[in-house]
Ligand binder design. Structure first.
Ligand code: IMP
Length: 178
């Protein structure tokens, strides 16, 4: 476990806000005919992103949350995905947008989509703030992506390193110093 690290700003709060607004516009246009969009945030990393995103959506939305385990307190992704907290509501026949903080190996999103598809939603789409395509181990790709980033461990704007730094207003790259 690394104990010393520095954080270098990678994406500013201003850039995030502008990108969230643009994504919300695209999503609002795509779902403009819906009266039943359920926005599903994957806990815990998406909590700030989903809060900002839904406030920019020009649609009637419901918000629900699902928690899947992926990372422990390490920087390596686990391939085993467990559902720790399921949705409160039914999604059968409904339009669903899954909101994820980062798609890394893709195992989490792949597993969650498989689970939700089995519940027969009308439309099932995905939005990830960050995408690390070079790390992908599955065929999954989010429909809406905020930023493509290199293979770096990042924190902030809801994303943690060992449960810390979620409250940073920007996305920063972690630089281990020892
Ligand atoms: P995947 O299953 O490998 O795609 O991992 C997805 C999850 O791993 C994300 O929702 C994050 O919670 C976590 N994760 C992936 N990359 C990072 C990172 O750079 N910093 C912090 N958490 C990460």
């Amino acid at each position: 476990m690394h104990s010393n690290y520095e954080i270098d700003e990678m994406i500013s709060a201003k850039s995030i806000a502008a990108r969230v607004e643009a994504l919300a516009k695209e999503i609002s246009e795509h779902f403009e005919d819906t009266d039943k969009l359920v926005v599903v945030g994957l806990l815990r990393g998406s909590f700030i992103f989903i809060a900002d995103l839904v406030r920019e959506l020009d649609l009637p939305v419901e918000v629900d949350f699902l928690e899947a385990s992926s990372y422990g307190n390490s920087t390596e992704s686990s391939r085993e995905v467990r559902i720790l907290k399921d949705l409160r509501g039914e999604i059968e026949g409904r339009d669903v947008l899954v909101v994820e903080d980062i798609v890394d190996t893709g195992h989490t999103l792949h597993h969650v989509l498989h689970l939700l598809e089995a519940r027969s939603p009308a439309r099932l789409m995905t939005c990830a703030l960050l995408d690390k395509p070079s790390r992908r181990e599955t065929g999954v790709k989010a429909d809406y992506i905020g930023f493509e980033i290199p293979d770096e461990f990042v924190v902030g704007y809801g994303i943690d390193y060992a449960q810390r730094n979620r409250n940073l207003p920007y996305i920063g790259a972690v630089r281990f110093t020892s």
